[in-house]
Design a protein around this ligand. Sequence first.
Ligand code: NDP
Ligand code: 8X3
Length: 250
Amino acid sequence: MKKTALITGATSGIGRATAHEFAKQGIKLVLCGRRQQRLDSVQKALSRETDVHTLNFDVRDKNATFNAIGSLPDAFKNIDILINNAGNAHGLDPIETGSTDDWDAMIDINVKGLLYVSKVIIPSMTERKSGHIINIGSSAGKELYPKGNVYCASKHAVLAITEGMRIDLNPYGIKVSAINPGLVETEFSQVRFKGDSAANNVYKGYKPLQPEDIAEVIHFAISRPAHVNIADVLMFCTAQGSSTIVKKEN
Ligand code: NDP
Ligand code: 8X3
């Protein structure tokens, strides 16, 4: 039987590339995001390859998240694979001048949003004693960098939650993985810098990871045999040595 995957943040970047990768493999898709036009266009692009259902909700809104996922039609409601990908950075400021609105956004989306989505889906996995949850963490979840403070904290939390899930869901045979990329060329920096031109320089002078690179590794993780769980992956582009070391051409 075809597996069903729910991907948050499927309107852009890593989530959208993962939707394309999964569609190639015939995996049924529940694609989530807030931008309806994007959801419609991804659905249109992939419907020839697989069955696609879209859900428009903001992961910060607990009730909207519960209602949207709770409304899934029978054909899509048994989620086998959950990709907790929705997330972003807001601002790059030292702790003493950081904006509390930015802090709220990162904690609410990257941490609480991931928990809300998981909260609705986990019961159907524990009931069926199967499932795979992949949380998209970051190299920022393993290593701090200057001005990364709250974004890094949110991704450290994602890694702690991933380990906690793996321990608590162990009796049910549910796989839990974290995929942690370094610099990936997506809309991430446009969001972080709020459209400021600083975003344009982030991926210049070297070849960053592409969203498809992450999607391939996510697909590798979900396609291992039943006894294998890829628990944690750290991915950098070749030019990146650490969060603060990137070899750039002049
Ligand atoms: P993008 O900005 O390209 O994609 C972010 C996705 O998250 C969009 O589809 C967006 O959809 C969705 N999203 C954002 N906020 C919300 C919200 N409040 N409710 C619902 N959906 C939301 O960035 P990436 O693809 O790069 O980011 C995906 C994940 O990868 C994030 O968790 C990020 O932290 C992580 N990551 C990114 C790296 C990078 O360098 N790019 C490196 C390491 C990790 P919409 O706006 O339609 O709601
Ligand atoms: C995104 C990678 O280095 O911009 O999580 O934090 S970084």
